[in-house]
Design a protein around this ligand. Structure first.
Ligand code: GTP
Ligand code: SPV
Ligand code: MN
Length: 623
């Protein structure tokens, strides 16, 4: 079939290789038209209008949520699908024990058959984008082909799209090719009729080809499955590039921490999905005089500067944040960021044309009837046939908000003015952590870099019933919060962390482990978390300067009970609570040690340095 139309030709590049690549895919996918994206607001709002007209999107009340749209996805397409995510390296062992692997030739044959004619009745959009400030030497360029206008508008917010990207590429610059289709061809003039298009689970593929640095995605339109700059490029492919080129691509927030004297430190944190990165990145301190500003909330790319320090950029341009639980109380800056120009997905719709979700802390009118994320009428207290409560918003409902809308106002500093510095910001500390109701203290510091790498490699997090394939209450090991995002063998990735520690002249960040999720025997949070996490950040700040009181324990340096500033929360967190939060639990740690040993057994490429660290921990625990 012949491609009928090329739209917005002005935005097409003078880059013969890219044009040839696009034409090749157009020949296979057979779209009705090719559209070259230019990243302008005209394009963004034009696509929003089209999707509102076709019934796929709902425009929100322009007085309450100016320039916002709401999408309801298919109930089968609401989150990343780890079971359908593949690292298609030439050799299976290079994908390693934690990734799903398929032979790249076999996978390409299977997927090519699916791509054949898959864009019938649709437009093929071509999106040149930059991950990171355009032109930064840490940034990377990708081009995504997609048949989803929803993906285009999300890429507008989450990455930098536009002509400046093409200027950097010139006539032969390198880019990461990313292919995406929702996998639902429209034959004989059919339309989606307002229904979210996607393919059945067994046809969904999120494939990364690490050697050729390609991304092929098919069948899902949601989040990290489809917005390919994010997890596919900025983590899975970038982690491979980082290994080869001596830098780091990590699932980490980045924050700027300023003490009352105006001294600044930069901290990153790797916590598994839905374990508090966005919240920590946007934290409002409860200790007077301290300031936290956001650099990024999900991904950090770091390279060594000439001074031997690691400099980090946030490769993203927006926030794809978890909506439920976000409120003016828990995360004011996130709420303000999505006050306008935001894409909402799988949130509930109020009759006044505003959105709503569980934990938003906004009271509904008595008897108010909402439209839930499935498009059904919903009322507070609604239950299903079995009497179980029905949620108005999906637990993984998200907002896609522009970083530039994160406020910079006096009482509530949010995004740091230098968040887009192309040189990046020098990192002082790395935090690792997950949800651990017991054993792991509120905070402790690694004894050395290699000890810190062991801590990162054994990060565990308690799994909720909602998680895939894992029993609730069990601890799932999520090394460096990268389990679903590492593009190569996890053992080699740990080795890369060890190697980073050996770079000549490197001035490495200090490594800490934090746990906001300790519980009391009756299941309550022992630590208030959120804004009060600034008290832990203060100790981290002090430790980076060689200050801050600490005792050496077998697991690392732990703050003394009075080392964490409790001013103003002495009643909420008593000295007894503090003692429990900062106790070294030998019994618990002996069990933890056994669990780490079991975990390490899965890795045939376990670096010898980590074996040595584990033995050293065992010896310290036995003393
Ligand atoms: P992804 O976007 O999936 O990578 O998630 P994330 O790591 O950015 O997690 P997010 O900040 O969105 O938080 C997820 C959940 O953890 C929310 O329900 C928060 O309310 C909760 N949470 C975040 N910080 C804290 C904390 O300090 N204490 C407690 N108890 N809960 C927290
Ligand atoms: C995560 O799951 O860690 C996310 C959401 O940040 S997604 O972009 O869908 O991966
Ligand atoms: Mn994430």
């Amino acid at each position: 079939m012949e491609v009928k139309m090329v739209k917005n030709l002005n935005a097409a590049p003078n880059h013969p290789k890219m044009v040839a690549w696009v034409n090749e895919w157009a020949e296979l996918c057979e779209p009705d038209a090719i559209y070259w994206c230019d990243g302008t607001n005209t394009e963004y709002y034009g696509l929003c209008d089209e999707m509102v007209k076709s019934g796929l999107a709902t425009r929100l009340n322009s007085k309450l949520r100016p320039d916002c749209v709401l999408f309801r996805s298919d109930p089968s397409d609401v989150a990343r699908v780890e079971a359908r995510t593949f690292i298609a390296s030439e050799k299976e062992e290079d994908a390693g024990p934690t990734n799903h692997w398929i032979d790249p030739k076999k996978l390409k044959a299977e997927m090519t058959a699916l791509y054949k004619g898959c864009m019938h009745g649709r437009t093929m959009y071509v999106i040149p984008f930059s991950m990171g400030p355009v032109g930064s030497n840490i940034a990377k360029i990708g081009v995504e082909i997609t048949d989803s206008a929803y993906v285009v508008i999300n890429m507008h917010v989450m990455t930098r799209v536009g002509n400046a990207v093409l200027d950097v590429l010139g006539t032969d610059g390198e880019f990461v090719p990313c292919i995406h289709s929702v996998g639902k061809p429209l034959e004989n003039g059919a339309t989606d009729n307002g229904v979210w298009p996607c393919a059945p689970m067994e046809h969904k593929y999120i494939a990364q080809f690490p050697e050729t640095r390609e991304i092929w995605s098919y069948g899902s339109g949601y989040g990290g499955n489809a917005i390919l700059g994010k997890k596919c490029l900025a983590l899975r492919i970038a982690s491979v590039q980082a290994r080869d080129e001596g830098w780091m691509a990590e699932h980490m927030l980045i924050l700027k921490l300023t003490n009352p004297e105006g001294k600044v430190k930069y901290v990153t944190g790797a916590f598994p999905s839905a374990c508090g990165k966005t919240n920590l990145a946007m934290l409002i301190p409860t200790i007077p005089g301290w300031k936290v500003e956001t650099i990024g909330d999900d991904i950090s790319w770091m390279k060594f500067g000439k001074d031997g320090r690691l400099y980090a950029i946030n490769p993203e341009n927006g926030f794809f944040g978890v909506a439920p639980g976000t409120s003016m109380k828990s995360n004011k800056n996130a709420m303000l960021s999505c006050a306008k120009e935001t894409i909402f997905t799988n949130c509930a719709l109020r009759p006044n044309g505003d959105i709503w979700w569980e934990g938003m802390d906004v009271e509904l009118e008595p008897g108010e009837k909402l439209i839930d994320w499935k498009g059904n009428v919903w009322e507070m207290g609604k239950t299903d046939a079995e009497g179980k409560p029905v949620k108005a918003a999906h637990p993984n409902a998200r907002f896609t908000a522009r970083a530039c809308n994160c406020p910079v106002i006096a009482d509530c500093p949010a995004i740091a003015p230098n968040w887009e510095d192309p040189a990046g910001v020098p990192i002082d500390a790395f935090l690792f952590g997950g949800r651990r109701p017991s054993t792991l203290p509120l905070v402790y510091q690694a004894l050395s870099w290699e000890h810190g790498v062991m801590i990162g490699s054994s990060v565990g997090s308690e799994v909720t019933a909602a998680a895939l394939d894992v029993k609730a209450g069990t601890v799932r090991r999520d090394p460096f919060a990268m389990l679903p995002f590492c593009g190569y063998n996890m053992g080699d990735y740990w080795k890369h962390w060890i190697e980073i520690g050996k770079v000549a002249g490197a001035k490495l960040p200090k490594i800490f482990c934090v746990n906001w999720f300790r519980k009391t025997a009756d299941g309550k949070w022992l630590w208030p978390g959120f804004g009060d996490n600034s008290r832990v950040l203060k100790w981290v700040f002090e430790r980076c300067d060689g200050e801050g009181k600490a005792v050496e324990t077998p697991i690392g340096y732990m703050p003394t009970v009075d080392a964490i500033d409790r001013t103003g929360i002495e009643n909420k967190v008593t000295e007894a609570d503090m003692k429990e939060l900062l106790s070294f639990d030998r019994e618990g740690w002996l069990k933890e040690l056994e669990m780490i040993k079991e975990h390490y057994k899965k890795f045939d490429r376990l670096p010898k340095e980590l074996t040595a660290q584990l033995e050293a921990l065992e010896a310290r625990l036995a003393k």
